[in-house]
Structure formats: C-alpha cells, structure tokens
Design a protein around this ligand. Structure first.
Ligand SMILES: [Zn+2]
Length: 316
C-alpha cells in the first residue's frame, strides 16, 4: 500500500515552471541562404515580437540564477523564461546588447574560446557559400552533389555536412583543404566577421543583464573524447576567460548537448568541475526537481518561436 502511494508520488509529473530558450545569433536570416545555417539567426524584430507575446501571456524573463533559485526553493512561480545564446557570435554584442537592454531581458552568452581566438573554423559558413555559388560540387574523391536549384542546394549542404562531421576533427583544416581541393576557399573568412572579441566579452560581462558562460575551448563532441580531454578543454576555457576578459564563469553549456552526444558518464564528470548550472539541449521544460547541472533547453528559431511559446504557456 505504502509502496504504491510512494510510487505514485515519485512518478507524478513534476510541475513545469518555465523554460530555457536556446538561441545562437541575433541577426536577420537571409532568405536566399541555407536554412540549416540561417536558422541559427533570430532577427532583432522577431525577438522583440517574441518578448511582447511572452509578456502578454504572463511569462517573465529571468536570469539563469533566478531560474535555478526558483527550482531549488520550489518558489511558487510559473512561466519563467531564461534566454541563452550559444557559441559566442559577435552579433550577440553588436545587435544583442542594445536590444536586450531595450527589452530588459536577462541573457547568458556561452562562449567557446577558440572562436574568440580565431582558431575555430566556421566550416558551415564556408560550405554554405560553396553550395550557394556552385551549380554542382565535386569532392576530391569524385563524389558529386547537385546544387542547381535551391532545394538541391539545401540537400547538398546537409549531405556534405555529414561528410565533414565524419572527418578526423584534429587538424580539420588540412582535411577540408583536401576535400575541397577543386575549389579556392578562404578558410579563415568567417573568423573576423563572426566571433566576439575579448574586449566585447569584457564589456558584456559588465552589463547587468548579461551573464557569460563557458562553452568549452574547442567545441568538441564529448562522445569522441577521453575524460582528461573533456576536463582539460573545459578548464582551459575557464582559464582563458579569466585571463583575457576577467570573467569567472559559473555556468556551462555542453557543445552538442543532445543525449546522443553526451553520456551519463560525461555529465557526472562535468558535475565535479564546480559549475552552478550546466545546460544541455534536451528538449524539455524546467520543473521543480530539475537538476541545475542538467538543465533542458528549447531551441527557438525565426520559424518556431510562437509554437515554443505556446507550449510554455500551455504547460507551465
Ligand atoms: Zn555550440
């Protein structure tokens, strides 16, 4: 009898109190571009519209610290929304800083430090350019991909992306040079345009609404890394952030945070590193009882934001 009652209690759906939104870029998507890349962008106008819709429906924008405080204390709250932005794109500063200030929305920017250091390749940006400017792509091994019509370009992007993801990730640059040896490509073209600078990070860290988080140094898929590599990549990012921007990072987001890319073992390892929160990309609402070191997030885009918000409004 008692066991049954306990079972019911333990399996009762835990009350959802809100959600953490995952964004990447604050910029207007290019309708002519490849959607898989462009969906990382949300335009300032859409973010403004989303904020108005959320507030109309009694949602409240909070920082990650307020969100975790609400979980821990089981405060009687509903429809909390925390905004996070992954990777450390420059438009988070150039477009985001003034926008979020005007809308009075707290947000967390998870910075990958190799992006700032100009050591990370924006190969997805390069691939988009190749696919858009060619009618057909021929790889070094002779495989060809039709890129004539827009639909074919979208498919070619996804197919070649799969090829790139299967390349050895160390010394990716020389592997890409080989793969695209038929084309002349400026592999560093994205670095000066797309990444935050240390100066901008320092400035963001002084902004009361902004929180700077750790998104590792190299943005590696943990599934292919040893424990030592994972620990080293996270701690190096923390050290660099402290040294170059004077920021002590207390919040962490997994690179590739879906369940298939992060094991239970990896999560337990990250839990020993002293962060206040860790964010995954598991699609769920935040509930009383959610582990702050395994926060779920909802991916919002220019196309799906209303649906995501309606879900929060219905469930939280
Ligand atoms: Zn990322």
């Amino acid at each position: 009898m008692l066991t049954h009652a306990l079972d019911r209690l333990l399996h009762r759906p835990r009350t959802a109190i809100g959600a953490i939104l995952m964004l990447h870029r604050v910029d207007t998507p290019d309708a002519e571009g490849i959607w898989y890349n462009q969906h990382l962008k949300m335009s300032p106008r859409t973010i403004e519209e989303m904020a108005a819709y959320a507030r109309e429906h009694k949602c409240r924008f909070v920082s990650l610290d307020e969100m975790t405080d609400a979980i821990r204390r089981k405060r009687n709250v509903r429809r909390l929304i925390a905004v996070t932005l992954d990777d450390g794109y420059r438009d988070n500063y150039t477009n985001g800083l003034s926008l979020f200030r005007r809308l009075n929305i707290p947000y967390t920017v998870y910075v990958c430090t190799k992006m700032v250091e100009g050591e990370m390749l924006y190969w997805w940006d390069i691939l988009e350019h190749l696919v858009l400017t060619n009618g057909r792509i021929t790889l070094n091994d002779g495989r060809t991909f039709d890129c004539a019509a827009k639909e074919a370009k979208e498919q070619a992007f996804l197919d070649i992306r799969e090829v790139i993801l299967r390349l050895p990730q160390n010394d990716l640059l020389s592997h890409l040079r080989e793969l695209f040896s038929n084309y002349s490509v400026d592999y560093r073209s994205g670095n000066d345009r797309l990444a935050l600078t240390w100066e901008q990070i320092r400035e963001l860290s002084k902004e009361p609404l902004a929180t700077i988080g750790n998104h590792t140094c190299s943005h590696l898929a943990f599934s292919g890394c040893s424990d030592a590599e994972i620990r080293e990549d996270i701690m190096r990012a923390a050290d660099e952030m402290q040294e170059h921007a004077g920021v002590a990072t207390r919040h962490f987001a997994y690179p590739f945070g879906e369940a298939s890319a992060v094991s239970r073992h990896d999560m337990d390892l990250v839990k020993t590193l002293g962060f206040t929160t860790s964010a995954t990309t598991n699609q769920d609402y935040v509930r009383y009882g959610t582990d702050p070191l395994e926060l779920p997030r909802l991916f919002v885009t220019e196309r799906n934001w209303k649906q995501v918000l309606d879900g929060i409004i219905a469930h939280c």
